[in-house]
Ligand binder design. Structure first.
Ligand code: GRF
Length: 212
């Protein structure tokens, strides 16, 4: 059987950022957009939490924001369908999950196949899920890091775009390790988005090749 392939588009893209919290990765991506490092605009910042600090940052930066209350929808599927409609209206090319604390439905993931990416604060496939900095410390690993990956219906398991490694020190707390990892997140997430719109990401099966 031949492997499925996909090459990211070389174009000026429209990005939607999804977040639920503080939004430091969103800010890192937006800063890179402002610097002209990324050939795209952030056309929408979406949240499932009205009070997300990241949403406030987006408003201050005069970006379009959207909040949808999950409680006003009958099911997760209905919720994601509404988001999908909103994205289609805006011709979104790429969704960047940046601390979005809701699992996307398989239907949504399939609708936007190869067009959703996420950042995870560990070296996948080690430590998927939540509280992974603490899990890395508790396990006693010497190194952890961050992973940017494509999002598929299998949570935290999609093809890996970039990773950064940091040491885990003996006296690390969850906070100190999280901060060390976060610094790397702010580098590899904008870099991944940049590569995406340079048309340099080629997915073959579950591997991502970075084209010269
Ligand atoms: C980051 O640690 C990211 O890896 C994880 O959620 C956190 C979001 O942080 N997915 P921020 O909201 O971008 O500051």
């Amino acid at each position: 059987m031949t492997e499925k392939t996909f090459q990211s588009p070389k174009k000026r893209g429209q990005i939607a950022v999804f977040l639920s919290g503080r939004g430091s990765n969103f800010l890192a991506i937006h800063d890179a957009v402002i610097r002209g490092d990324i050939n795209a605009d952030i056309s929408l910042v979406f949240s499932n939490r009205k009070e997300a600090p990241g949403l406030l940052h987006a408003k201050k930066r005069r970006l379009k924001t959207l909040y949808l209350n999950p409680k006003e929808f009958k099911s997760k599927e209905d919720y994601d369908e509404e988001i999908c409609k909103q994205l289609k209206k805006r011709d979104i090319d790429l969704i960047c999950l940046a601390g979005y604390m809701k699992i996307l439905t398989p239907g949504f993931c399939n609708e936007f196949e190869n067009r959703i990416i996420n950042i995870h604060p560990a070296l996948l496939p080690s430590f998927p899920g939540l509280h992974v900095q603490k899990k890395a410390i508790d396990w006693g690993v010497r190194y952890s890091g961050a992973t940017v990956h494509f999002v598929t219906a299998s949570v935290d398991m999609g093809p890996i775009i970039l990773q950064a490694v940091v040491p885990v020190l003996q006296d690390d707390t969850e906070e100190s390790l999280s901060n060390r990892i976060l610094k790397q997140e702010h580098k590899i997430y904008p870099e991944s988005v940049k590569l995406y719109f340079e048309g340099k990401l080629l997915i073959k099966g579950r591997k991502v090749f970075i084209l010269p």
